[in-house]
Design a protein around this ligand. Sequence first.
Ligand code: AMP
Length: 217
Amino acid sequence: MTEQDVSEYRKSLATRVSGFDVPRPVKTFEDCGFSVEMMKAISGQAYEKTTSIQCQAFPIVLSGRDIIGIAKTGSGKTAAFVLPMIVHIMDQPELEKEEGPIGVICAPTRELAHQIYLEAKKFSKSNGIRVSAVYGGMSKLEQFKELKAGCEIVVATPGRLIDLLKMKALTMSRATYLVLDEADRMFDLGFEPQIRSIVGLIMPDRQTLLFILFVLT
Ligand code: AMP
């Protein structure tokens, strides 16, 4: 695509971008270079076309860049960070005992954390990736045991994640992919101190993705 094509294509996606040397948007899942297993999982979910946020977010995140994504509920934003996270994990050495997770997703509410967990499960199973969800209102002991058994992806509300870190149910020594979903809401709900301490535990060479919900008022 020429620069002109790219700009018209972005317009047709109703997407605006800013930043240095932003990668060009893709048009299809085939453009993303996903593995055969991943493509099978995608077609198994009957996802035919990449959504607008995915067209632009996939090439950015798959190239290892950080991103601030702004999208509406129902825009496919969860898959926009979950699919590249699976690619990222598959590129890392396997977890040893007592290591993990590699991907950490923080969300403001347990409902959202559970939704993200379900979306991640759709694509992780066929790749042998384990996903755990940890949030308040559920047994801490059960969550402790599940994390101790090992997992590549943790989806968590910030308070519960801190509690489990203090209990040494998991470590951040291998975490290299961090997603803050509905980050604006987490800050509105007063989770900033917890977010800061979680971010402080993760290696600075991590990839960081921050998603903000776009609401039409
Ligand atoms: P989200 O905006 O992440 O809450 O996603 C909304 C819904 O769209 C979820 O049920 C996803 O499973 C689904 N979804 C995500 N990406 C696609 C896609 N490319 N094609 C069809 N459905 C999708």
